[in-house]
Structure formats: structure tokens, C-alpha cells
Design a binder for this molecule. Structure first.
Ligand code: ATP
Length: 381
């Protein structure tokens, strides 16, 4: 593995036992989650992850979960309390031996939300700032190369204030890429930009990183951005990495209840795993779910009782369906509505419904489930 973090822990100096305590969760912790709560006062707790050369990893999680702190550990801006970090087999930091390579010796590039270009320097001089050790012609060539990579070769002579926010952020990216870092860390680089531009830039960024063969770790709050950019997506919660997987797996096979709740729209509904004729199936208030290949066996939960994750895209509006649900809330999202629905039995569901199905609040509509991946957790009540 190119980048490897092994049980990395960080505690900020002066953090009391209760500092950095967990923020309230949207859902109460499960038994499994409870056993892993953040070690008191630790901003990062036992985080292990790896990236192959050229891969792009994305960290996502709620505010205060430790994403920036983890990047700071990798960059060498914080001393590890525990664990080890290495790049291409070379240790950068090791809490056990006390090794802590200085940030400038790590050959790691950084791009932050505040792109902080030097206002009095031209774009070209901004990009060449970290290349002063190179001969003049070599330096000019490299500046040209990375400006071309980010599509701004034509703006080399301009001043930062003559560029738009998105262009300035591309310059910041070019500046970070210019010294050919072994790893690029990006901390919410697009968060001050408007939504359209963010979407555009995140697609561009992936192309630029791939074209330059750069290994990168990217932090964002934005799920769509995480999925658009990452080869691997990590979900952090209370200083811990709850899952580190392909985006598809994080979405369809969330490892913990927290990940299931944090990613996508959905609800947990009570279910019961029973032995059917063709193997186990899950009974839910909206019908039986049969595709349960990866589902825990009935014996894993007392009496087969479980909570089933039903995402908004698992619930299909169908006028002919025998199950009816009442529309309690609706959010127009352009291509579709996000409906919050209530069954007669009291359970709540969410559904993405194409926006030409513009029903009124309080109306009852037919629904059916269409679940490819059945995800179950121990029942909470
Ligand atoms: N310099 C510091 N000294 C003490 N505690 C800190 C310091 N920086 C961060 N923390 C604490 O460490 C925890 C993790 O913070 P961090 O900034 O890493 O989270 P984050 O996931 O990046 O949050 P956000 O998404 O809001 O930027 C928080 O509880 C925070 O209050």
C-alpha cells in the first residue's frame, strides 16, 4: 500500500477527559456503536486506512468528527498519540518510536478551503513559489505544465484578483501539484464556492489528479462530492473511521448504523428475519424482502428481530401497489420529490418520486419496495 495509517490516534494538548465529546447523534447508538465510542478527549481514535498509489480517498463525516485533525496528522502538523503513518513503506510518524518527520520533509501537498494565494504575485509566481530550488528554465516549464493541467495556462501573467473564485482554487491546486508531492491533502477546497461550480470542479479535480497520477486524500461534508471524487470513501464519526470502502459499498452495504443513517436518505423500519422456502427472508411493514444474500442469519438477532434500512430509492411509488402510505412532507428536488410517508401501521418511510407525480400533502399513494441490498441491524427497541 502507498499510504498506510495504522491505528492513528491524536489528542490535542490540554484536552480534558470530556473535551471533544460526542455531538448528539441523529439516532441513538446501537450496541455495536456503543462499544466503540470515542476515547475521552481524543480527536482521532485508532484510525487505520490505506490508499494505493494514484488512488483518491475521500473522508466524510459530521462537523467535529476529526477529518481535519486526521489530515493534520498526515501532514505532520500534529504529533501522534498512537499509531503509525507511512508512505511507500517509509515511516513518517510512529508514536511508539517517537518518530515525527517535519511537515516539509514529508513531500505532501495541501489545498485548503481558503486558497490563500499571494495577492501581489502573478499566477505564475504563485504556482512557482515552492519551486525556487529549480533552475529558471526548469521552473518555468513546470509552472507551464501544471497550469496547463488545470486549464489556466492563458492566465499565467494575471494577478489572483483578476480570476474568479473557481479559477483561484485551480491555481491553488496547481501550486500544490507543482513540486510533485507524493500525496495531496485537500480539506474542503470547494466549500466556499457555489454549488454549480463545486460540481464542475469536483469532476475536473478527479481528472486532474488522475492525469498527474497523484495520490490524494480529500475531506468534504458533501456526499455527492465524495461519491464523485473518491475511489475509496471513508465515513468518520467521533474520531473514528466507521467504514473505508468503495462508494458503492458504503451506500449499499453500510458497515454500521451510523454510516447507514449518515449516507443517503432513509429510515430504519422494524423487520423480522424468518426462514422461507428458499432461504431466509425479511418481513417488513411494506412486504417481504427476499434478496438477502448478505443479510445476517435469523439466529444473529434474538427472535430474528431487526431494523431494516429502507432508503428513499428503495421505495417505489406505484398506483397499483396494495400498500398505501400518506404523504406527510415533500421536498421538491428538481428531477424528483423526496416524500416522507407514513404507513397506516405508523411506520415512517421516505421515497424519491419523479417530480411529475406531484401529489398533495395528506394524500395516500401506493408504494412497493424494490430493494437490491437488504441491510439489517440489531433492533433498537
Ligand atoms: N487545535 C485544537 N485544539 C483542541 N481541540 C481541537 C483543535 N482542533 C480541533 N479540535 C477538536 O477536535 C475534534 C475534531 O475536530 P476537526 O476539526 O478535526 O473535525 P472536522 O471533522 O474536520 O470538523 P469540520 O467538518 O467542522 O471541519 C473536535 O472536537 C474539535 O473541537
Amino acid at each position: 500500500m502507498f499510504l498506510a495509517l495504522d491505528r492513528v490516534g491524536l489528542r490535542y494538548p490540554g484536552s480534558a477527559a470530556t473535551a471533544g465529546a460526542a455531538k448528539p447523534l441523529a439516532l441513538p447508538s446501537t450496541t455495536a456503536d456503543a462499544g466503540k465510542s470515542r476515547a475521552a478527549g481524543q480527536a482521532v481514535h485508532q484510525v487505520s486506512l490505506s490508499l494505493s498509489a494514484g488512488q483518491i480517498g475521500v473522508l466524510i463525516g459530521p462537523s467535529g468528527c476529526g477529518k481535519t485533525s486526521l489530515l493534520r496528522c498526515i501532514a505532520g502538523l500534529e504529533q501522534l498519540e498512537s499509531g503509525r503513518i507511512s508512505i511507500a513503506g517509509e515511516a513518517l510518524a510512529d508514536a511508539q518510536t517517537g518518530l515525527h518527520l517535519a511537515p516539509e520533509a514529508r513531500r505532501i501537498g495541501m489545498v485548503f478551503q481558503d486558497y490563500a494565494l499571494f495577492p501581489h504575485l502573478s499566477i505564475s509566481d504563485n504556482v512557482g513559489f515552492g519551486l525556487r530550488h529549480l533552475a529558471r528554465s526548469e521552473r518555468a516549464q513546470r509552472i507551464q505544465q501544471v497550469l496547463e493541467l488545470v486549464g489556466l495556462a492563458h492566465a499565467a501573467k494575471r494577478a489572483p484578483h483578476q480570476l474568479s473564485g473557481g479559477q483561484q482554487q485551480r491555481v491553488a491546486l496547481a501550486r500544490a501539484l507543482a513540486p510533485a508531492p507524493r500525496l495531496l491533502l485537500l480539506d474542503e477546497p470547494f466549500s466556499s464556492l457555489d454549488v454549480d461550480l463545486r460540481e464542475h470542479l469536483s469532476q475536473e479535480l478527479r481528472g486532474i489528479l488522475q492525469a498527474s497520477g497523484t495520490t490524494a486524500l480529500f475531506v468534504t461534508h458533501d456526499q455527492a462530492e465524495a461519491f464523485a471524487i473518491g475511489d475509496v470513501v471513508g465515513v468518520m464519526h467521533q474520531g473514528q473511521l466507521e467504514q473505508w470502502d468503495a462508494a458503492y459499498t458504503v451506500y449499499h452495504r453500510p458497515a454500521t448504523r451510523f454510516v447507514a443513517d449518515f449516507i443517503g436518505h432513509g429510515v430504519f423500519t422494524p423487520g423480522r428475519i424468518v426462514e422461507g422456502e428458499d432461504g431466509p427472508l425479511v418481513q417488513t411493514p411494506v412486504g417481504q424482502l427476499k434478496d438477502i444474500e448478505a443479510c445476517a442469519l435469523a439466529s444473529a438477532f434474538p427472535g430474528g428481530r431487526c431494523d431494516v434500512l429502507l432508503r428513499a430509492d428503495d421505495i417505489v411509488h406505484d398506483d397499483l401497489a396494495p400498500v398505501q402510505a400518506k404523504i406527510e412532507r415533500k421536498i421538491f428536488r428538481g428531477a424528483d420529490f423526496l416524500y416522507t410517508l407514513r404507513l397506516a401501521s405508523g411506520e415512517q418511510l421516505m421515497a424519491h418520486v419523479p417530480s411529475h407525480h406531484d401529489h398533495q400533502l395528506g394524500e395516500w399513494i401506493g408504494i412497493r419496495v424494490n430493494v437490491d441490498h437488504v441491510v439489517t441491524f440489531p433492533a433498537q427497541n
